[in-house]
Write a protein that binds this ligand. Structure first.
Ligand code: AMP
Ligand code: MG
Length: 330
C-alpha cells in the first residue's frame, strides 16, 4: 500500500469543513462526505451526477456508532456485525428520525457498513461517520485504483491513496429492516457465509416484472451501473464463428474464465483476458478491464457466461454475474 502524501488528520479536517474526500476501502474507492452535513451530502449527488433517489451507505468505524443512526438492532444484526465488521457487508436498518433525508433518499431505512481498510477506519475515527458512494461519475464502473478516480474527476477532489482495492466489487447489501431479511445486492459476503454466522439464509432479491421500476427495494437497482463505454455482451456460439471469420478483431476484448474456446489462429488482433478459474482475481480486476477497454478504444467486450453450477459452487461468481449483467448493453 502506498503512503498517503499528507496525514489522515488533514483529510479528516477537510471533511469536517464540508469538503469531499476520496478514500480507499477493501471493496472500491469511496467519495466521502460527513454524514451529518446536509450541504456536503448534497455535494456528493452533484459531483457524481447521482440521482437523488439513490440512497447512500453510511460508513462507520465502530459498532458504537450504529446507535447514532438506528434504534433497531436485533440479536441477529449484532451477530452479523461481530462476525463481518469490519468487512464488505452493508446492513440496512430502520432509521432514526434525525438521519438526513438526503442520505436515505427519504426512505425510513439507513444502510450502514464498517469498511475493512486501515486508512478508511482512521479517517472515520477522526472525521466521524461518512456517507460514501463509489468515487466514479454516475453510470461509470466503480473505481478500484486511484487512476480510475482521476480519470473521472481529474485531481480536483483530494484523494487518500491506498493503492489498489483488494476485493474490487461493491459490498453485499443485506436488508434487516424486513422480515425475512433479504440480500439486495450480492457481493463478497455470501448468503452461505451469512447462514453460517447466524443460522438464517437470506434470499437474494431479484426484481419481478410486476415490481414498479419507480419503487424498487434497492433504489440503486433501477439504474444502469458499472458500465464502460464499450458495448458488453455474453459470449455465444455465434460470436465464436464471427471472431474466427472477421478480418479485424482489434477492437474487441474477449474475457474468459473457464473455457478453452476453439479460436483459430491468427485471431486478427483480438485481445483476450483469461482469468483461468481465479474468480477472486476476476472480481478484483473486472472494473479495471472495463476501464482499460475504454482507454484502448475497444468497441465491444465479450464475456464468457457463467453456468448455473458454477454460480452455485461459488457465490462470488453470482456477484460477478450480477455486476456484468447490469453492464450488458441493452
Ligand atoms: P453505491 O452506489 O455503491 O454506494 O450503492 C449503494 C447501494 O446501497 C445502492 O444499491 C442503494 O440502493 C443501496 N442502499 C443504500 N441505502 C439503502 C437503503 N436505505 N435501503 C435499501 N438500499 C439502500
Ligand atoms: Mg456506485
Amino acid at each position: 500500500m502506498s503512503k498517503p502524501s499528507a496525514p489522515v488528520e488533514s483529510y479528516a479536517e477537510l471533511l469536517k469543513q464540508g469538503n469531499l474526500v476520496v478514500f480507499p476501502t477493501e471493496t472500491v474507492y469511496g467519495l466521502g462526505a460527513s454524514a451529518w452535513n446536509p450541504a456536503a451530502v448534497q455535494l456528493i449527488f452533484n459531483t457524481k451526477g447521482r440521482p437523488a433517489d439513490n440512497p447512500l451507505i453510511v460508513h462507520i468505524s465502530s459498532i458504537d456508532m450504529v446507535k447514532q443512526f438506528t434504534d433497531h438492532v436485533s440479536g441477529r444484526a449484532r451477530v452479523l456485525m461481530q462476525k463481518f465488521w469490519p468487512g464488505p457487508l452493508t446492513l440496512v436498518f430502520k432509521k432514526k428520525a434525525r438521519v438526513l433525508d438526503a442520505v436515505t433518499s427519504g426512505l425510513d431505512t439507513v444502510a450502514l457498513r464498517m469498511p475493512d481498510h486501515p486508512l478508511a477506519l482512521s479517517l472515520i475515527e477522526h472525521a466521524g461517520p461518512l456517507v460514501a458512494p463509489s468515487a466514479n461519475k454516475s453510470g461509470r464502473p466503480s473505481p478500484t485504483r486511484p487512476e480510475h478516480v482521476y480519470s473521472d474527476f481529474g485531481n480536483r477532489i483530494p484523494l487518500l491513496d491506498g493503492g489498489n482495492c483488494d476485493i474490487g466489487l461493491e459490498s453485499t447489501v443485506l436488508d434487516l429492516s424486513v422480515n425475512p431479511p433479504v440480500i439486495l445486492r450480492p457481493g463478497f459476503i455470501t448468503a452461505s457465509a451469512i447462514e453460517d454466522a447466524c443460522g438464517f439464509r437470506p434470499e437474494v432479491f431479484s426484481p419481478k416484472e410486476t415490481d414498479s421500476p419507480f419503487q424498487p427495494k434497492s433504489p440503486g437497482m433501477k439504474y444502469t451501473h458499472y458500465a464502460p463505454k464499450a458495448g458488453i455482451r455474453w459470449l455465444s456460439e455465434k460470436d465464436i464463428t464471427l471472431l474466427n471469420r472477421q478480418s479485424d478483431n482489434s477492437r474487441t476484448l474477449l474475457i474468459l474464465h473457464e473455457a478453452d474456446i476453439p479460436l483459430e489462429e491468427p485471431l486478427r488482433g483480438l485481445r483476450i483476458t483469461h482469468f483461468k478459474g481465479d474468480y477472486r482475481r476476476f472480481a478484483r480486476e473486472l472494473y479495471d478491464c472495463f476501464r482499460k477497454a475504454d482507454i484502448d478504444e475497444h468497441r465491444e467486450i465479450i464475456i464468457e457466461p457463467f453456468s448455473t453450477e458454477l454460480m452455485q459452487q461459488d457465490e462470488l461468481i453470482g456477484a460477478l454475474h450480477n455486476r456484468i449483467s447490469r453492464a450488458v448493453s441493452k
